[in-house]
Design a protein around this ligand. Structure first.
Ligand code: ADP
Ligand code: MG
Length: 622
């Protein structure tokens, strides 16, 4: 016989979460109800799924539901379900320890956030603990479906570090969560308050949520269903209002903002399925924290039965911000996860989901530019991953990208590749861009000068992912994409002749610089890129931009170092000065400063900053 009653400590991280929850989550406390109902509904989903193979689990009580009740005398609110329930071991594992990495990310996010907003809690798989935002004691009574009445469990805690556990006779399967409200939380003892919260947050839970009718301020024996209790996605589009779509989104995505837009489709034929896919307006915390594991947000149903969170199976990584439901009619209900992972039908549904989402974003870009802008601010950089990840849709994704540009408005990212192509002269066959650490560094780069002089538009890219993405985007709509800082610029016959003549004329200067700079440079050349600045760096076609190489090196990657090629503008007064300078020391200072300013402009690290400063001061005083 195991111990009948015992007291245990919460795992350290659970205790930390509880501390945060009870001490810093003040706004939107009401979220606890949504979280407990969501858990109750999950428990019903799980039982329905298990009962496919073991129908006896539903015995005598086949209608799954969630009951919400209140007791003004005891000052309790109770959420009860007749779902799958928990055994003693499951209670310990689910409520006392960390099942997912969500808790850790929650702690990180909350410490980053400072001000506590309880609405965040559901996004991290720590929803149960929101009970302690309003309750100073929580009692959980649970009996696992399939176990006997004697194997019920009572779990109780004040959320301060310990919980008690005892065996507890329970006549029915399922779970009841009893909240003993804190002294100042009486608002939740009112039926209309609870009911309006259910309507606001849980209307689209697919099971009935029932409440007792009220008599003399107290719950009566009579119960009514208070939510819509239908699988919204199964209804025809024209019978669903925007409000219904939005409130379904909120309960589905644990989001408290409206969705930006959605696409709802029913496919019939050799394979029948329904997809309802949403674009959120803001990145959920998970995404901002860089959490790429355990993706949630896309639920797979088979014939209305919830099977699993299937975001990994049904959406590529670069669309991980999409939320929604897929309900397939033709899959066997008892499929295992392993089988689902490589199921051909799901492969097809996945391709359809990708197409729907890209259609949706395209439509947004075309018809609702402001919403598209909101979307792009939030998820543009995530979408860019698709350029490398999804070859088949590369052109479609590239079409959706927006950049800052020398012909755009300031740093606003609102120029598409099509805009660029539409403006370029017929003689131009290349889409030019520059990458840098920041918009200012890109916009101010000396490498742009020749392009400005010739009125050629250049896209200004300064998001970290850009350089990496461009590795997979060499062409768009038959036009090459090229970095203005890399390789030889294509020159017309006349310019080529000029360039050759200038190089020849500058030969003594080039040789002088090579000698003065010694090891620090691979080569020194006359630039075709510069009009105003004295110098810049030039990269070979396959070299990585210096700012990115620096980032990677700082992140601990072993990056090959190659000596830079310095390009100069012999017309510039500084180069005239180098040419004329007879003092070897002074000439050396000037030459090094020409190289160093080119390195700074390109975001490359200075190999010896102190020496640079001394040189600069000598020249300033000189
Ligand atoms: P999440 O729902 O994201 O898993 P929660 O903190 O809300 O995180 O719940 C933790 C776990 O506790 C659930 O995954 C589930 O296993 C268990 N649980 C909570 N409430 C119930 C319930 N009413 N019935 C059965 N299991 C539950
Ligand atoms: Mg939950």
């Amino acid at each position: 016989m195991t111990a009948i009653a015992e007291t245990r400590k919460f795992e350290a991280e659970v205790a930390q979460v509880l501390h945060l929850v009870t001490h810093s989550l003040y706004s939107h406390k009401e979220i606890f109800l949504r979280e407990l109902i969501s858990n109750a509904s999950d428990a019903c989903d799980k039982l329905r799924f298990e009962s496919i193979g073991q129908p006896e689990l539903l015995s005598g009580d086949a209608e799954l539901h969630v009951d919400v009740s209140w007791d003004p005398d005891q000052r309790t609110v109770t959420v009860r379900d007749n779902g799958v329930g928990m055994s003693r071991d499951e209670i310990v594992a689910n409520l006392g320890t960390i099942a997912s990495s969500g808790t850790r990310r929650f702690l990180e996010a909350m410490s980053a956030e400072q001000k506590g907003d309880a609405r965040l809690i559901g996004q991290f798989g720590v929803g149960f603990y929101s009970a302690f935002v309003v309750a100073d004691k929580v009692t959980v009574l649970s009996r696992r479906a399939g176990l006997s009445a004697a194997e019920g469990v009572k779990w109780e805690s004040d959320g301060k570090g310990e919980y008690s556990l005892e065996q507890f006779e329970l006549p029915e399967r399922g779970t009841a969560i009893v909240l003993h409200l804190k002294a100042d939380e009486d608002a939740f003892l009112k039926r209309w308050e609870l009911r309006s919260l259910i309507t606001r947050y849980s209307d689209h839970v697919a099971f009935s949520i029932r409440m007792p009718l009220e008599k003399d301020g107290k719950p009566s024996e009579e119960w009514e269903t208070v939510n819509a209790a239908s699988a919204l996605w199964t209804k025809p589009k024209n019978e669903i209002s925007d409000e219904e779509y939005q409130s379904f989104y909120k309960s589905l995505g644990h989001d408290f903002n409206d969705a930006l837009t959605w696409t709802h489709n029913r496919v019939e034929g050799s394979q029948s399925y329904i997809t309802l896919l949403y674009l959120p307006a803001q990145p959920p915390f998970e995404l901002m924290m860089g959490g790429r594991d355990e993706r949630k947000g896309l639920k797979l149903y088979i014939k209305r039965v919830f099977i699993m969170d299937a975001a990994e199976t049904l959406l590529p990584n670069y669309l991980r911000f999409v939320r929604g439901v897929v309900d397939a009619d033709d899959l066997p209900l008892n499929v295992s996860r392993e089988i689902l992972q490589q199921n051909r039908q799901l492969e097809r549904i996945k391709a359809a989901c990708v197409k729907r989402v890209l259609d949706l974003i395209e439509k947004l870009a075309k018809d609702e530019p402001e919403k598209f802008h909101t979307f792009y601010q939030a998820f543009g950089n995530t979408l860019k991953e698709g350029i490398a990840e999804d070859h088949a849709n590369r052109e479609r994704i590239a079409k959706l990208l927006r950049f800052a540009s020398t012909k755009g408005e300031g740093s606003a990212r609102n120029v598409s590749l099509d805009d660029y192509i539409g403006r370029m002269p017929v003689s131009q066959d290349t889409i030019w861009y520059i990458t840098a650490d920041s918009h200012a560094a890109a916009a101010g780069s000396p490498q742009l000068e020749a392009f400005k002089a010739k009125d050629i538009e250049v896209l200004l890219m300064s998001d970290r992912i850009d350089e990496w993405m461009l590795g997979s985007l060499n062409e768009y709509a038959g036009k090459k994409l090229r970095n203005v800082a890399k390789g030889e610029l294509p020159l017309d016959e006349e310019a080529k002749k000029q360039q050759e003549e200038a190089s020849k004329a500058a030969e003594p200067l080039l040789n002088k610089l090579k000698e003065l700079l010694g090891d620090r440079v691979g080569d020194v050349k006359v630039s075709a890129r510069l009009t105003d600045s004295p110098s810049c760096l030039a990269l070979s076609d396959y070299e990585m931009a210096p700012h990115l190489a620096r980032l990677l090196r700082e992140a601990g990657h072993d990056m090959p170092t190659s000596k830079p090629t310095l390009e100069i503008n012999p017309q510039h007064a500084l180069l005239k000065r180098v040419e004329a300078e007879s003092d070897a020391g002074k000439a050396k200072d000037l030459a090094n400063l020409l190289l160093e300013q080119a390195e700074i402009a390109a975001g490359a690290p200075l190999p010896d900053p102190a020496a640079f400063v001394q040189r600069l001061n000598r020249v300033l005083l000189g």
